[in-house]
Write a protein that binds this ligand. Sequence first.
Ligand SMILES: Cc1cc2nc3c(=O)[nH]c(=O)nc-3n(C[C@H](O)[C@H](O)[C@H](O)COP(=O)(O)OP(=O)(O)OC[C@H]3O[C@@H](n4cnc5c(N)ncnc54)[C@H](O)[C@@H]3O)c2cc1C
Length: 493
Amino acid sequence: MTPHFKIAIVGAGFAGLGMAIRLKAQGETSFVVLEKAGRVGGTWRDNTYPGAACDVQSHLYWFSFDAQPNWSRIYPLQPEILANIDAMVARHDLLPNIRLNAELGSAAWDERDSVWRLQLRDGRMLEANIVITAWGQLNRPSIPDFSGVANFAGAWFHSAQWNHAVQLQGKRVASIGNGPSAAQFIPEIAEVAGHLTVFQRSPNYIVPRQDRAYTEEELAQFATGPARAESRELYYQEHEGWFPAFYPGTERAAEFEALARAHLEEQVADPVLRERLWPRYPLGCKRLIISDDFLPAMARPNVTLVTEHIECIEEKGVRTKDGMLHDVDVIVYGTGFDTLQFLGAGDITGRGGRSLRQAWHAAPRAYLGMNIAGFPNLFMLYGPNTNLGHNSILLMLECQFEYILQAVNAIDQHDGRPLDVRSDALATFNRRLQNDLQATAWAGSCISWYKTADNLITNNWSGSVEDYRARTSQLDLNDYEFVEAPPQTARAG
Ligand SMILES: Cc1cc2nc3c(=O)[nH]c(=O)nc-3n(C[C@H](O)[C@H](O)[C@H](O)COP(=O)(O)OP(=O)(O)OC[C@H]3O[C@@H](n4cnc5c(N)ncnc54)[C@H](O)[C@@H]3O)c2cc1C
């Protein structure tokens, strides 16, 4: 017998785990969380590079419906986040619902039986009435298509697959990339490496971080009483207040630009290096970097910044377009993730045998980032256009959990009839969204993980968290239809 569940969640990072907690709190018992890896944690399981940390303050990087951990510092480091995720799973007794080493390979909607038939990569099958994808936007490491990557004789790895067996002490190391992950590991490598060469495609705006461990008194205050909730609310309002900076030409954008410029001038004495580290695109177009140690690391005598673009990788190192070979022992690819596919599994097939790849041939799009017309009872967490440049992703996930719970209730109230978003509702939503996005910095002249080569912004939400909360607070059934099962054809015999 094929195991059957009412709900299958795909992925056990913050999204899948938070959804599971909320379903359980509503009394749902028939659900399973499929996780391809051997343990939970998603981003915070995979990214173990030196210096890995969250860029949102700890009090804001947690679910409001769960007990707040007593965080040790303002910005949490990866080991503390992962330990707190493990504690959350134990607190909510989620392990019985989680299947580890269970990678979804494909899912197909069976119109006759109104059920999703799921196939795992190892061949196992299961079925579910409702599928909720929680496979993340930053989960599939990407290395650019340089020729010769495999010819390199030294050690090489991606930042999300850090090889801790490779010693960097005294070595000549290359960091290809200078984005948010690289900005965290570059200062750590620079401390120990003989020499570090940083290959930069384009510079970033960098603003102060001001991280520190909490004092004993603060920890005591946060452990009891309202101090932690007050701290969370303050950070929330502060981040929401950043949002106008993502509109070029505003006062807020100018303030942030001035902050980044002052930070650069304070931290880098060499005027030539400064100019090479100063971006020439609208603030926010690429992810803002929050760091106090990246710029000082770039100014160290054992660090070289290379802005010439890469031609290829060779046995001995990295050759740039000017013909120069940069001899190195180790290459670290801080080159980010495949962020534009939004597909964590091979094939998702909806009504009429149409695949998600076909539905998204132009670009991924989903109503409120969650529903795609023709794919009944399929919901996405952290789907297309739900990423933020200014605030905690967990806040967006919380809106999605509550919205999906409303949808599950609506399905229950309609005798389990499958729910599909109307294609005209999706089209109208997407047209407005893309129109609103055109005024933001993300539409500016930079290459970023938020958009396609044609400048179509597929990753970011167009507004603040408040805007998203308002849009998702009430499920509007006018934008959906309950699908009729097709008439059963008489079987021969
Ligand atoms: C280095 C780094 C730093 C970040 N910093 C911040 C920050 O400061 N603030 C912020 O708000 N966000 C940050 N993010 C974004 C972060 O990804 C989100 O905050 C959040 O962790 C996303 O959770 P998720 O569950 O949606 O995705 P993930 O954490 O990526 O989890 C997805 C899970 O799905 C599993 N999976 C994928 N495909 C399948 C499949 N086919 N079958 C079964 N399982 C599958 C994966 O193994 C993984 O466990 C950061 C991301 C990275 C990579």
